[in-house]
Write a protein that binds this ligand. Structure first.
Ligand SMILES: [Zn+2]
Ligand SMILES: [Zn+2]
Length: 87
């Protein structure tokens, strides 16, 4: 009998998400529209690619820090994290 060859880094279950995202749900990807400029808000704490920046609300907008509050993941990120599992 071979002893446990390669324990998974996060304590045994087959989740490959980083620990800080392990409780994330699809709600974390929610996309909201700024009430002031009517552009979508980017996920909180994430940078917007410069090429796309014009299409998003930003911190200079008075609506940025007001409700509705954006999520903190880009749409599709959770799915991608779970899919990376397969490799
Ligand atoms: Zn989350
Ligand atoms: Zn705005």
């Amino acid at each position: 009998m071979v002893a446990h060859p390669d324990p998974t880094p996060y304590g045994g279950d087959a989740v490959t998400r980083p620990p800080w995202n392990k409780d994330c749900t699809i709600e974390c990807e929610r996309r909201v529209k700024c009430a002031v400029c009517e552009k979508p808000k980017p996920p909180i704490g994430r940078s917007v690619p410069i090429a796309a920046a014009n299409g998003y609300c930003n911190q200079e907008c008075p609506g940025y820090s007001q409700p509705p509050e954006a999520g903190h993941l880009w749409p599709g990120e959770l799915k991608r994290m779970d899919e990376e599992d397969e490799s």
